[in-house]
Design a protein around this ligand. Structure first.
Ligand code: CP3
Length: 344
């Protein structure tokens, strides 16, 4: 069967004249229509658990910009909540969770396959999107990778250096590893259910992979993601997987094979030219324009966008930012980036 959707072609290893494009956090606070729908929902979590409104905000950037992919509107911290952790968001600050730092805390968590009732509305959102998206647009589901999710569950909030998670790893490795295993199991169940509901691609966000050193990087970033991809490939061999070990630096080399991912998402810590030589020969790469260009725009945006597209033009490439777009970004700069990529 010939594959029409450009993102799926790139993920299958095809080199396209114009790389397909989408953007991390493409549904978000830089868009007035997102803010209006979020106000209607009440707060961020109510928006995540309202399938009609979550589908609506997923579709907004597709309508406005015609991106080649839509990413499910949800959050990586819904999995800890489904496992039984308390979760709330403090406006202007970010997420807060009840913490898991002892065996007794760990024992309060539900098993990995008990998450579906809680996450039912998310699967419903995926189902709505699978029906409503334009036929050329690819639907991406996602989850956090175990290490990144664990850093929030252990600290109870975002941390600059993931210190509490590193401390638990050092001081009570049994609880740390039990937690990593539980998140891994839950993530396999969660992503399988997203695929069964209609997600065509899934992405694993390991946003804090870069703070893991040496063997820890292999054991707690790469291996848990590899376990998840192996389990998903067994059940859903045709669903491509994107992995984002953010901050991996030179360790991006070899990650396609080590994780078993079809595509590696790159952050701004590596140049596109380096990635063309060291990462892209192993498969599709995604990235990696600095999000700050979405705030500042102008010639620098155009030059840098062209440089990335050119550097990665000899292999499979999905254009994206190196991290999520920020609330202070100007939608006009997003349009300029898209026009620059597509004018190629
Ligand atoms: O990319 C998308 O458009 C899809 C939806 C999505 C969100 N979060 C929505 C969101 C995705 C893929 C995520 C992933 C996510 N969430 C990550 C991994 C990617 C990354 O950014 O490194 C992480 C670490 C989280 C956890 C999280 N969620 C934090 C730390 C915060 C607060 C920081 C912030 O940006 O406000 C969130 C909130 C969040 N998740 C928002 C959105 C649109 C902002 C909430 C709002 O509307 O107030």
């Amino acid at each position: 069967m010939t594959q029409q959707k450009t993102i799926l072609r790139a993920l299958a290893g095809e080199t396209l004249d114009v790389p397909p494009i989408w953007m991390m956090r493409q549904a978000g606070r830089y868009l007035p229509e997102y803010k209006a729908t979020r106000a209607k929902a009440g707060d961020f979590l109510s928006l995540c658990y309202n399938p009609d409104l979550a589908a609506e905000v997923t579709l907004q950037p597709i309508r406005r910009f015609g991106f080649d992919a839509a990413i499910l509107f949800a959050d990586i911290l819904l999995v800890p909540q489904a496992l039984g952790a308390d979760l709330w968001f403090v406006t202007g600050e970010g997420p807060r969770l009840s913490t898991i730092t002892t065996q007794a805390d760990f024992d309060t968590l539900k098993p990995g396959d008990a998450i579906h009732e809680h996450l039912g509305p998310i699967y419903e959102t995926v189902g709505i999107l699978a029906k409503e998206l334009p036929t050329e647009t690819t639907l991406i589901g996602f989850a956090g990778a175990p290490w990144t999710v664990a850093t929030y569950m252990i600290a109870g909030q975002g941390t600059p250096d993931q210190g509490p998670a590193h401390a638990l790893k050092a001081e009570n490795r049994a609880v740390f590893e039990a937690l990593m295993g539980r998140i891994t199991d839950a993530t396999i169940h969660y992503l399988s259910a997203q695929i069964e509901a209609g997600a065509e691609v899934v992405k694993l966000f390991d946003s804090w992979a870069g703070s893991l050193q040496d063997a820890d990087f292999i054991n707690y970033s790469i291996k848990p993601m590899a376990r998840i991809t192996a389990a998903l490939k067994e059940k859903h061999p045709d669903t491509p997987i994107i992995a984002f070990p953010r901050g991996a630096g030179a360790r991006f080399e070899g990650t396609h094979a080590a994780i078993g991912a079809d595509c590696i998402a790159l952050d701004n810590g590596v140049s596109a030219a380096w990635a063309a030589e060291h990462v892209q020969p192993a498969g599709c790469v995604q990235g990696n324009l600095a999000s700050s260009h979405m705030v500042t725009g102008g010639d620098a945006l155009v030059q840098e966008t062209r440089a990335i597209v050119d550097a990665l033009s000899k292999g499979p490439h999905i254009f994206n930012l190196g991290h999520g777009i920020t609330p202070d970004a100007d939608p006009a700069n997003v349009q300029l980036m898209i026009d620059t990529v597509r004018q190629r």
